[in-house]
Design a protein around this ligand. Structure first.
Ligand code: GLU
Length: 561
């Protein structure tokens, strides 16, 4: 067959040759070892927690090596595209520190536009480029048209599916498929002319030359050395509307855009043989691949399951509404991605996670386990290291959107609220009360009369009379200008007076000799003043509340006893 003629028949309007295209996309001038990575999402909905993995790895590897990290929008499936998803995605990723040097970015009106010399970065705008390479493959006899209409294909698929269920003779089925595929390869130029004249659409298929009995040795930077069977399936390169499949677009785009490392989910691993074949057909250098393990979770029955789209924690927008600060989520992602991150972090507590030397070799091969408890733990640590000012700014921003009542109360007097966040902050062992911004309400409520309530009760075993006497004595001696030592000495005096041990050592030696100890007296006061059994340092709490409020609350409690 005259393949040149066939190529012209199929793509009459394509006049450029691959060499013309290559000239427009020269190799990037980057320092030795610089990595070019990309994030290539399909704009089909929200950003999944799983999407944060390849994008974080891509961002780290590119920026750690002085390379380029770019965003390509893979919008070839118009049916699945969600309006505004690409724009939302860019914003969400930016929140998690994932910023692109190049590619699809937002202009000042919040619309997607291109930045960089290797675009367009939206696949839907790259149609003619794919066709140049498609035409070349036809010229070389490596791809051929298949004139089945889409409806016919759908029908065929439906029939095949039914048969798949019935047919347990896999060998016979595979042979039938193979025969069907080989039959597709048989056509004449006249038939092609006839179809085109009648306006029939075609898909373009690769003419696969692989032998599945033969294995390709391949090294994935995460998974290690793999042996995969060669591809013998004539998979589709261009759909009947001329739009490329993922496989074809991946090869053309990553080649032209100079990607050095393809970082993607492991669900693409089964397609790798196709990609290796395609890169070789096209004469492109194969990039390095990193297939990232899926994220797992433990289900109600204690079994490991894939974190699916519908699971809590899958949608990145949920983290915002739940009140997670992005730094905490980023750090958590690091702990999942690199097994030595936590160790590094212990030794470099004050450094941001971006200083961590990300190491491909320390990535999990089999799958990371998503766990809210661990995330909360990381988050508490991150927030405990923030300044009171930062906690105030970030938590009030969250409250503005998600807890208006809290927002109004906490922003009435910013300095007052910041002083609450200052308690136990800044030292070696800062308090870790807040994991989520939604925890802030429960932490600061005692400081505001609007929210204050006595939530905890005195245990039955304590004499009401002792409580009352202790509270009355405390009020009598309470002086807001006392330092914390004097303040505590006064509480110890009350303990002694009521037969509670003021010296813990003495108490431990002979507990029977006392009604209790000084911590019980503190607790009597704490419940009256804070409403809770557990509160931040009570001296600091009183300093913030001020004399009037402390005395008012204690007197109110005395009246109820
Ligand atoms: N659009 C593909 C996806 O969302 C990209 C995979 C890749 O990174 O190559 O899965």
């Amino acid at each position: 067959m005259d393949y040149n003629y066939l190529a012209d028949l199929l793509f009459p309007e394509i006049t450029e040759l691959p060499a013309d295209v290559e000239a427009k996309y020269p190799p990037r001038q980057l320092p030795e070892g610089a990595k070019v990575t990309r994030f290539a999402p399909s704009p089909t909905g929200f950003v999944h927690f799983g999407g944060l993995f390849p994008s974080t790895v891509g961002e780290r590897l590119a920026h750690q090596s002085g390379g380029v990290f770019y965003l390509r929008i893979e919008d070839t499936d118009a049916k699945r595209e969600v309006e505004g998803a690409a724009e939302a995605l860019i914003k969400t990723l930016a929140k998690y520190g994932i910023c692109f040097d190049e590619g699809a970015i937002l202009d000042e009106n919040g619309k997607i536009c291109d930045q960089g010399a290797y675009g367009p970065y939206k696949q839907s705008l790259r149609g003619p480029l794919y066709q140049v390479y498609a035409k070349q493959l036809v010229r070389e006899g490596k791809a051929y048209p298949c004139f089945t209409t889409e409806e016919e294909l759908d029908e065929l698929q439906a029939v095949n599916k039914k048969e798949e269920i019935k047919n347990t003779d896999w060998q016979a089925e595979a042979a039938a498929r193979r025969a069907e595929m080989l039959a597709r390869r048989e056509f004449t130029i006249e038939e092609v002319e006839e179809h085109l004249k009648s306006g029939h659409p075609f898909v373009l298929r690769i003419l696969a030359n692989g032998d599945p009995e033969k294995k390709i040795k391949f090294t994935d930077l995460v998974k290690g050395t793999l042996e995969i069977p060669e591809n013998d399936e004539d998979f589709v390169l261009l759909k009947s509307d001329g739009i490329p499949t993922y496989h074809f677009a991946h090869a053309v785009d990553d080649h032209l855009m100079g990607t050095t490392h393809v970082i993607r989910g492991e669900e693409w691993l089964p397609s790798l043989a196709k990609h290796i074949q395609l890169f070789s057909y096209l004469g492109f250098k194969l990039p390095k691949y990193m297939h990232i393990a899926q994220i797992m979770r433990i289900d109600e029955n204690g079994n490991k399951k894939k974190l699916s789209k519908r699971d809590m924690g899958a949608n990145m927008d949920d983290y915002t509404s739940m009140g997670y600060c992005p730094e905490a989520v980023c750090e958590y992602v690091m702990t999942l991605l690199n097994s030595n991150y936590e160790e590094w972090h212990m030794q470099n507590k004050d450094k941001p996670y971006t200083d961590f030397p990300f190491n491909i070799k320390k990535m999990s091969i089999s799958g990371c386990l998503f766990d809210f408890a661990k995330l909360n733990d990381v988050s508490k640590n991150v927030i405990s290291r923030m300044t009171a000012e930062d906690v105030y700014v970030q938590s009030s921003e969250w409250a503005k959107e998600y807890d208006r009542e809290l927002y109004n109360v906490m922003t009435k007097n910013p300095e007052y609220t910041k002083s609450i966040f200052s308690i136990g902050r800044g030292g070696k062992n800062p308090r870790k009360d807040i994991a989520l911004w939604s925890d802030v309400r429960g932490y600061i409520d005692l400081f505001f009369d609007e929210f204050f309530k006595v939530a905890d009760e005195y245990a039955e075993k304590f004499s009401k009379n002792d409580i009352k006497l202790a509270l009355e004595e405390f009020v009598k001696g309470f002086d807001i200008s006392d330092d914390s030592n004097v303040w505590f000495e006064k509480i110890k005096d009350i303990a002694d007076m009521l037969g509670y041990a003021s010296d813990m050592k003495a108490y431990k030696l002979n507990p029977e000799a006392y009604k209790g100890n000084v911590s019980d007296i503190s607790m009597f006061i704490r419940i009256a003043v804070t409403g809770k059994l557990n509160s931040p340092d009570m001296y600091s709490v009183m300093q913030i509340l001020g004399y009037e409020t402390v005395v008012k609350r204690i007197n109110k409690m005395i009246n109820t006893l």
